[in-house]
Design a protein around this ligand. Structure first.
Ligand SMILES: Cc1cc2nc3c(=O)[nH]c(=O)nc-3n(C[C@H](O)[C@H](O)[C@H](O)COP(=O)(O)OP(=O)(O)OC[C@H]3O[C@@H](n4cnc5c(N)ncnc54)[C@H](O)[C@@H]3O)c2cc1C
Length: 415
C-alpha cells in the first residue's frame, strides 16, 4: 500500500487499508487484528495514525440525529465537519466552534484535540457529550460525559479503540461576521493581549514574525444590536479587501470577510469546504503555551525570527479555553497556541524545531498531537498530570496494545 497523508509527507507503513461496510465487519476486523488503527481524513502531519493495518470508517452506515431536547447531535465519527454542518443547518442548530478548515473528520479531530480559537471556546473535543467505540476485543462500548474515565476517553489519540459514533453539544444556529485588521505592533499586543484576544468570539492572528503581527482576524457572533464597526484594532487598520492568511495568496479559498454576516459554519473556519485549505504545499507544527506564559513565550519566539522565517509560510496565534480532558493540551490551562505553516521541506524545518522546542521548554508548552514536533515521551509525559491514568485506561481497554503504535511509544508512553 502506498497511501499518504493529506500533506504527502508521510507514507503509511501499513500493509493494508480496510473499509468495513458494517459495524459487525469492523468488530470482526478489530478482534482479529494484532495491530490496527483507524485512519480519519488523513490531515495529521505525523505518523500518529499509522499501524500494521489501517481501517477507514467512512463506509459504515450511520445517520445524523439531532436531539433538540438534549441539545446534542449524534453522528458517525468518520463524518467531516463540513458535511455535519450541512446536516445541522437543516435542523437550525450549530456547534460552538470549528477548526480553520471544515475538511477534517470529527473522529480524527477529537482524537487529537483539534481546536479553533476564542478565549471562552474549548477545543473541539470539549463538545463531545458521548462516544461509541469498538475496543480491541471487538466489543462495543458507549460512554457519556460524567461517566468514570470519560474525560480520558475523548482525546484518545487513536489508542483506545475505533470510535464509531460521537455525540456533540449543539446550540441554536447563529450567524458570524469576520473582519480583518492589518499591522498590529508586537509591543501593543503584549500590553493589550487580553483585549485583543477578546475583541471577538474567535480571534486569530497571523504573523511572519516581522516587526508587527500582519493580520488579526476577528470573528464575532451577530447580535440583535447594531454592530459597532471599528476602523482600527489597537493601531491595526481595518482591511478593505478579503485576505488570505498567507500574504500574496488569493483569498478566493477563504471564508467571506469585511463584516458580511454568514452562517457560523461558513465564517468560523478560515477556509471554505470544496477548496484547498491553507496553501496545500506545506508542513505544520503547533505549540500550546499556558496562557500565563503567552507574552514570555512569544518574546522567546520573536528572538528566533531570523531562524524561523526562511522556512515559514505563516504563523497563527489562537487562544483556547481550559478543559478537564486528560490528554487535551488545554487540560487544566487556558492556552495561547502558536502555529507554524512551514514550507514542505522537513530537512530544513527539523533543525528549526530543535530551537523552537528549546526556547519553549521553560514554559511547559505542549505540542499539537497531530502536527510535527520532536519531543519524546520523557519530555511530554510529565506535561500531562493524567498520563499515568491514560496509560492505565489504554491498558484496560486494550491489554494487548492492538491500538498502540510507534508514535504513541515515542511521544507519550515510552517503552
Ligand atoms: C490544512 C490543515 C489545517 C489544519 N487546521 C487545524 C486547526 O485549525 N486546528 C487544529 O487544531 N488542527 C488543525 N489541523 C490538524 C488536524 O485537525 C488534526 O491533525 C486532526 O487530527 C485531523 O483529523 P483527521 O480526521 O484527518 O485524523 P487523522 O490524521 O486521519 O488521524 C489522527 C488520529 O486520530 C485517530 N482517529 C481518527 N479517526 C478515529 C476514529 N474514528 N476512532 C479512533 N481514532 C481515530 C487516528 O488513529 C490518529 O491517531 C489542520 C491540518 C491541516 C492539514
Amino acid at each position: 500500500m502506498t497511501e499518504t497523508n493529506w500533506a504527502g509527507n508521510h507514507t503509511y507503513q501499513a500493509a493494508s487499508l480496510h473499509r468495513p461496510a458494517s459495524l459487525d465487519q469492523l468488530r470482526e476486523l478489530v478482534a482479529g487484528a494484532a495491530q490496527v488503527r483507524v485512519l480519519g481524513s488523513r490531515h495529521s502531519f505525523n505518523d500518529i495514525a499509522d499501524s500494521a493495518v489501517l481501517v477507514t470508517l467512512d463506509g459504515l452506515p450511520g445517520e445524523v440525529a439531532v436531539d433538540h431536547a438534549a441539545g446534542t447531535v449524534s453522528c458517525p465519527a468518520a463524518l467531516r465537519y463540513g458535511e455535519l454542518a450541512r446536516a445541522l443547518a437543516a435542523e437550525e442548530v450549530a456547534l460552538a466552534n470549528l477548526a480553520s478548515l471544515p475538511h477534517i473528520s470529527v473522529g480524527g479531530a477529537i482524537a487529537t484535540a483539534t481546536h479553533g480559537s476564542g478565549d471562552a471556546n474549548g477545543n473541539l473535543a470539549t463538545a463531545v457529550a458521548g462516544l461509541e467505540l469498538v475496543t480491541a476485543s471487538g466489543e462495543t462500548l458507549t460512554a457519556s460525559r460524567g461517566d468514570p474515565d470519560f474525560d480520558g476517553m475523548v482525546v484518545g489519540l487513536g489508542a483506545l479503540g475505533a470510535v464509531t459514533r460521537v455525540t456533540l453539544d449543539v446550540e441554536p444556529a447563529y450567524q458570524v461576521r469576520q473582519r480583518t485588521f492589518q499591522g498590529l505592533d508586537w509591543e501593543r499586543l503584549f500590553e493589550r493581549l487580553d483585549e485583543v484576544t477578546s475583541a471577538g468570539y474567535s480571534v486569530s492572528m497571523f504573523t511572519r514574525w516581522t516587526g508587527a503581527v500582519e493580520q488579526v482576524w476577528v470573528k464575532s457572533r451577530v447580535a440583535s444590536s447594531p454592530e459597532e464597526v471599528r476602523g482600527d484594532l489597537f493601531g491595526a487598520v481595518a482591511a478593505t479587501e478579503d485576505q488570505h492568511p498567507i500574504l500574496g495568496l488569493d483569498p478566493v479559498n477563504c471564508t467571506r470577510q469585511l463584516g458580511v454576516p454568514g452562517p457560523w459554519s461558513d465564517r468560523l473556519p478560515h477556509f471554505r469546504m470544496g477548496f484547498t485549505p491553507s496553501s496545500g504545499e506545506e508542513l505544520q507544527s503547533e505549540y500550546h503555551l499556558p496562557r500565563h506564559h503567552a507574552v514570555a513565550g512569544l518574546r522567546s519566539l520573536r528572538a528566533l525570527a531570523g531562524v524561523v522565517r526562511p522556512v515559514l509560510q505563516v504563523s497563527e496565534l489562537r487562544t483556547v479555553a481550559a478543559d478537564r480532558l486528560w490528554m487535551s493540551p488545554q487540560h487544566g490551562q487556558d492556552t495561547l497556541s502558536v502555529h507554524f505553516t512551514w514550507v514542505p521541506d522537513w530537512a530544513a524545518v527539523q533543525p528549526v524545531l530543535v530551537q523552537i522546542e528549546a526556547a519553549l521548554a521553560p514554559f511547559g508548552a505542549r505540542p499539537h498531537w497531530g502536527k510535527l514536533f520532536l519531543a519524546g515521551a520523557e519530555a511530554i509525559a510529565p506535561l500531562y498530570e493524567r498520563t499515568g491514568d491514560f496509560s492505565r485506561l489504554a491498558g484496560r481497554l486494550d491489554p494487548g496494545g492492538v491500538f498502540a503504535n510507534d508514535w504513541l511509544r515515542r511521544h507519550l508512553l515510552g517503552g
